[in-house]
Design a protein around this ligand. Structure first.
Ligand SMILES: Cc1cc2nc3c(=O)[nH]c(=O)nc-3n(C[C@H](O)[C@H](O)[C@H](O)COP(=O)(O)O)c2cc1C
Length: 159
């Protein structure tokens, strides 16, 4: 695996990621800002959290692989579309001016300066009853709880 040196704590929260799953023919991507990177079962892993009402959720469920890409600064505006519109209603790639390209069996974006190619190794719905009350009120009043996906990082693709 190639080297990846960055501030991983600000990467999701401040830079935001682009989570994509599916094939070149049929895929969907959305902006994410919650996630993690670490180690599980001796493997380098990425964790992402996806609410089941996202169009991307179905692709995450049906795909063995997914990518998390971090767009170059000049493409930050694309998150305006990727993080607020649904692929159910439009061709988000085209609207956002992003270029999908193959990454192993799945898809990444040419505008990303770094992309983590991940193989899904675990998923689980978050248990709302175990959340701190303030979190439940703030984030889960009307929206369904996220499903957590953990992916083994099998490649890091840098531009
Ligand atoms: C900055 C930002 C961060 C987001 N982070 C997440 C996230 O971590 N998990 C999630 O389920 N939705 C997150 N969203 C919301 C989705 O990106 C948004 O609902 C998107 O329109 C879903 O697209 P889709 O229906 O095509 O999958 C975030 C949105 C923004 C703007």
């Amino acid at each position: 695996m190639k080297e990846f040196t960055t501030d991983i704590f600000s990467l999701y929260d401040k830079t935001w990621g682009l989570l994509c799953a599916g094939t070149m023919e049929q895929h969907n991507a959305m902006t994410i800002s919650w996630g993690g990177m670490g180690t599980l079962w001796g493997k380098p892993v990425v964790t992402v959290y996806v609410r089941p009402n996202r169009h991307t959720y179905g692709f995450m469920e049906n795909s063995e692989y997914f990518t998390v890409g971090f767009l170059k600064e000049e493409y930050r505006g694309a998150h305006g579309i990727m993080g607020s519109k649904s692929g159910r209603d439009m061709d988000k790639d085209r609207e956002a001016g992003l270029t999908p390209c193959p990454a192993g069996e799945t898809v990444m974006y040419a505008e990303a300066e770094a992309t983590l190619l991940c193989r899904k190794i675990y998923c689980q719905d978050l248990d709302v009853s175990a959340f701190p009350e303030a979190v439940r009120e703030k984030y889960y009043g009307s929206e369904p709880a996220h499903r957590m996906y953990i992916g083994e990082v099998v490649d890091i693709i840098r531009k």
